[in-house]
Design a protein. Sequence first.
Length: 232
Amino acid sequence: VLALSQLSRESERRENKRPQLSDLRDSGCLVGSTPVLLPGSGCTRSIESLAGESGFEILALNEATFRFEPQAVARVFRTGHHPVFDLRTRSGRSIRATANHKFFTVDGWRRLDRLTPSLRIVAPGERGTAGAAGCWAEIASISPAGSEDVFDLTVGGGLHNFVAGDLVVHNSIEQDADVVLFLYREGLHNREVDRAKTDLIVAKNRNGPVDDLKLVFIDSQTAFREPYMDSD
């Protein structure tokens, strides 16, 4: 399956416009104060305080067994400042997330803006420990909650979710992809650079190396051709 994705506007705000994985749109994000469960210590830390860290473990739901397993975190990062919504369950759990953040329902993963009161989503059980089974929490309400800085994390291994805010949430969109490619033309942002020069950035490759490939853009044909050679 080949899919295209827009980038967030964060890349336009940076001095270096070169795209990166965290610029992918529609990955979904959580407010900085969202507590993330750390099974090693049994404590929680806000996702904002974890930004920039890696290698620690979180809990993730194994959809095949419906039980929680520890998984290593590859990275935690800020994704921008976006409108968020407050989701509350009848059991008193709550979380604030962007409209596109996904939650695990009885019908599979579904975006927050496609959830409605009375639907059930997965949450950890009483203990929230490795090996424990998941339980169902019924949504009581979803309401706008202003705009905040939001964050996401990438889970290592084969599971694409983590426990945050005492609920099970999906992680970034790039986690699902086997390969992520970006086309970057620096000349569109810097007049001193040839507009035809293009970097094909292999930012993620699940089964091989990442790399930058040098191409030239043929404007009259809307096509990319042979690699260009830098003068130095």
